[in-house]
Design a protein around this ligand. Sequence first.
Ligand SMILES: NC(=O)c1ccc[n+]([C@@H]2O[C@H](COP(=O)([O-])OP(=O)(O)OC[C@H]3O[C@@H](n4cnc5c(N)ncnc54)[C@H](O)[C@@H]3O)[C@@H](O)[C@H]2O)c1
Length: 437
Amino acid sequence: MRETIGVIGLGYIGLPLAMCLCERGFRVVGIDVDEDKVADIQAGRTDVQEDYLGQTLSQMLQRHIAEGNFVASSRPAVAAWECTTYFVTVGIPVHPETKSLNQQPLLDAMRSLGRVIKPHDLVIIRSTVVPGTVESHCVPLLEETSRMVAGVDFHVAYAAERVAEGRAMEEFQTLDIVAGGLTVRCAALAAQALQKLTDGQVHITDMRVAQLSKVIENAQRDVSLALVYELQEVAKSHHVNLYELIQMVNTHPRVNLLWPSVGVGGYCIPNAYHYLSASLQAERTDLPLFRLARQSNESVPRRIAQGVAESLHQSGRQMATAVVAVLGLGMKDGSNDIRQSPAIRCVEEFRSLGAMVRAYDPFVSPAEPYQVSTVEECLRDADAIVVGAWHNAFDELDWGELFRLVNQAAPVILVDPRGRLEARVLHLNPAPVLQRA
Ligand SMILES: NC(=O)c1ccc[n+]([C@@H]2O[C@H](COP(=O)([O-])OP(=O)(O)OC[C@H]3O[C@@H](n4cnc5c(N)ncnc54)[C@H](O)[C@@H]3O)[C@@H](O)[C@H]2O)c1
């Protein structure tokens, strides 16, 4: 008989993970507290954008539901009927303004899972956590609610999820996994389960190292991106093209500068510093480099808005009367996930300086007054264009026609960190008059 796996939390990670397990021949019971989300998923609907072998996530979902490989529920007891292994993908949100951590969703998930697990079951926590949380909170809650002893009666392991949204289906199956168990047996059982998911290597380590390594992977990217955003100022001051500079520097085999966008967003990288520093609070250890990188990355949208204001000023225009078009609102290229999206932060910064902002993203549901439903509406009379996130669908647009709509009286101020739009308009005849902010 084939094995059934429980996936707790059906968000941007949990649902694709569930589909990936189905693709690999498992039956999956998915659990989520959000009853509306569960109803949508059971009806085969999801906004999560992942593709695999030519199918969208919704198509995979519909197929696996129809074939009896997947079922979603809001009641963990439904999973307990047939599961002996659980993957937990419930996160710890960070408040966007106060930066306080909300451990409650993960702790609630532990409580409700503890109430239904059975002797010999294996719980693998795949969420990114404040390092130490598994030992200090998750295990005690599982023990309290199950009335069993972790590591003796049931098994607990930690193995952070490392995939990137948009590439999740492939990366679940190819990336190496770092895993730590509460006991040697917990680790061995987790390695066995995880090895059925990935063709990459499962590296077994200490439970604390496993939790720390995930947070440090993300914090390292935060620091590297802060460096690149600072280089943007260096490039500007030397009147050189940052992309050319990065390309040249990266010809060195031991250097790998990252590519900037309009800031650092999403659920992972911006949270890493907060998880890491929270884990050290008791010792009052400061992390000045990580802290500075975070602060610096937080300020990128504001710096972009200020740069556009300066450019407008140079051509006799004012932000307060300018029209700013923002293309793409997702937290990165190709994404409709707007959590901590730097494109949205840019919108807010431009609006706070008095600009009239119009934003177009065909994959983000309209929820804000500045969102428009056509690219034409977005670009009409625009003084500045900000590429917040590039979608493949933008490749198909007739940019020659679209540039006829922008304000023709002065150069269009362009913020196009990866040069996607610029590459599509430079060859036009006549080429639009652009000014990089
Ligand atoms: N999104 C990414 O790119 C990414 C990549 C790698 C790792 N991660 C990590 O994976 C975890 C999940 O991230 P996500 O982006 O999928 O988050 P998400 O918010 O999209 O999904 C979490 C889901 O858990 C559900 N939930 C909350 N409390 C619950 C409970 N008590 N029981 C059951 N379900 C509950 C929520 O309703 C939601 O659907 C986080 O720890 C995150 O840091 C995310």
